[in-house]
Design a protein around this ligand. Structure first.
Ligand SMILES: Cc1cc2nc3c(=O)[nH]c(=O)nc-3n(C[C@H](O)[C@H](O)[C@H](O)COP(=O)(O)O)c2cc1C
Length: 195
């Protein structure tokens, strides 16, 4: 898999890991062992969260296990087309209320997003494909994976060993390149909102 930094240029000096992470869809169809998958979840475990509440939870299925078909079946057909060659699927959910007083958590999704990024950076640095998806059936996921009502379903991570991009559908082959971003000045301003 190419490194994102081969295609991307930062406007300011940053760590290469931020440019190197990108969402490839080309995977080999090999399973991931626990030893290969767990470091990604471990990295996610160390994400910051408001009050150290750690609202994230991870439900995962590795290829070639009994859990795999049920997880893969939750994806929409377009995502299934390429994700069927992944080695693991991880569902990220978050606890919507605080443990102590039961008040709503304002940042459960924000915190879980930070955990997702840690997971992705760890995976990419290990030479794996890590691709976030929201293209799956959220209601069916709650039912099939028995996600309790106190948890919000956030997204999934498709993880696998890199594969041959030439085996992807033609339309996906064209997208198999690290994407760009709008200029920073269109996302950040000093002082009150002026974007
Ligand atoms: C929460 C989330 C949901 C996404 N859902 C999908 C999806 O359903 N299918 C897909 O092919 N890509 C999906 N993506 C990948 C994005 O399209 C991709 O991250 C974005 O285009 C930026 O490209 P990059 O990750 O290669 O830098 C998703 C990414 C995130 C973070």
């Amino acid at each position: 898999m190419v490194k994102g930094s081969a295609y991307r240029q930062a406007a300011y000096p940053i760590q290469p890991q931020f440019l190197d992470r990108w969402s490839s869809r080309a995977m080999s169809g090999e399973a991931l062992s626990e030893a290969e998958l767990m470091p990604l979840l471990e990295a996610a475990r160390w994400a910051p969260s408001s009050g150290n509440f750690q609202p994230w939870r991870f439900l995962y299925a590795r290829r070639d296990t009994d859990f795999w078909p049920a997880f893969l079946d939750l994806l929409n057909p377009r995502n299934q087309g390429w994700a069927q060659h992944a080695g693991a699927l991880v569902l990220l959910i978050s606890r919507t209320h605080l443990d102590g007083d039961g008040k709503p958590s304002r940042t459960h999704s924000y915190d879980t997003g930070a955990a997702w990024m840690s997971l992705a950076l760890q995976g990419i640095s290990a030479g794996l494909v890590v691709h976030g998806i929201e293209g799956f059936d959220y209601e069916r996921t709650r039912r099939v994976l028995r996600v309790p009502a106190e948890y919000a379903i956030e997204a999934m991570a498709v993880i696998g060993k890199p594969g041959d991009a030439a085996k992807l559908d033609e339309s996906l082959q064209k997208r198999e390149v690290p994407s760009n971003r709008r200029p920073l000045a269109q996302s950040a301003c000093e002082g009150p909102f002026s974007l």
